[in-house]
Design a protein around this ligand. Structure first.
Ligand SMILES: [Zn+2]
Length: 249
């Protein structure tokens, strides 16, 4: 018992130190990630720790390889939008004794890694396709997809599926479900990004942006719902695969 608390705490502090020193997460975000990582490891087991670790650091590695900004420094809101649902799934597992919730936790984390790799690996792609205008586009904005991005999200989901299969349960159905729903979640993220997510146009540089202020000027809304920003889209797409996971298990 004391040993378990000690190992979970040590592992969590290691992750927090690494995330913060690499500027992967800001200070408040690191604290929230720490609390959730500790709880998920304690209640869900060590493979959960490995999954959370991979969610952060595979993206970091690929942003170095592709020389893109990756997800940049993530803040506390992003942390909650990415980790709250997996954590709820772990708590459901702990209190209900049902293994299916551990699969749901893995699905939610797979979606998380799939989504960040879709943008990090997809960024250098030459051909992007906009899901709203159905036109080719050159930039990697929300609502655009690319072949490289889809392969990136498949790769991300499979990493989490492999951890589940190797360290939690040799269950082929769960393996495919984590791989499939993780990838689907990243795609749903792009669909919601294309249709519901708010977008503005900067009057100076004429670019479509996600900020209300750009080039020190007030931007003008061109599409989407004001309350649905990128974090909300991330949360909603993860919620959809979280529910689909429960239905399919
Ligand atoms: Zn601008």
């Amino acid at each position: 018992m004391i040993m378990k608390i000690f190992i979970c705490l040590l592992a969590t502090l290691l992750l927090m130190y690494y995330a913060y020193s690499k500027k992967a997460i800001n200070l408040l975000g690191t604290l929230i990630a720490g609390v959730i990582t500790y709880g998920a490891t304690y209640y869900g087991g060590y493979p959960l720790y490995l999954m959370i670790f991979l969610v952060f650091f595979v993206d970091l590695i690929f942003s170095k390889i592709t020389k893109t900004s990756g997800e940049g420094t993530r803040n506390e809101i992003q942390m909650l939008c990415n980790l709250l649902l997996p954590y709820i799934a772990v708590l459901l597992y702990y209190y209900s004794y049902k293994d299916m919730y551990l699969v749901v936790a893995a699905i939610s984390l797979a979606e998380c890694l799939a989504d960040s790799l879709a943008s990090t690996i997809g960024e250098p792609a030459k051909h992007h396709f906009n899901l709203r205008t159905f036109k080719k586009d050159q930039t990697n904005i929300s609502g655009n997809i690319s072949l490289l991005g889809i392969l990136g999200s498949l790769f991300g989901s499979l990493i989490i599926a492999i951890v589940y299969y190797a360290f939690i349960n040799h269950n082929c159905y769960a393996f495919f479900l984590i791989g499939f729903l993780g990838t689907l979640g990243a795609f749903i993220d792009s669909v919601l990004g294309a249709y519901l997510q708010v977008a503005y146009v900067c009057p100076k540089c004429k670019k479509e942006v996600e900020e209300k202020i750009h080039c020190k000027r007030k931007t003008k809304k061109v599409k989407g719902l004001t309350i649905i920003d990128n974090n909300m889209v991330n949360f909603l797409s993860q919620l959809i695969v979280f529910i689909l996971g429960i239905l399919f298990l």
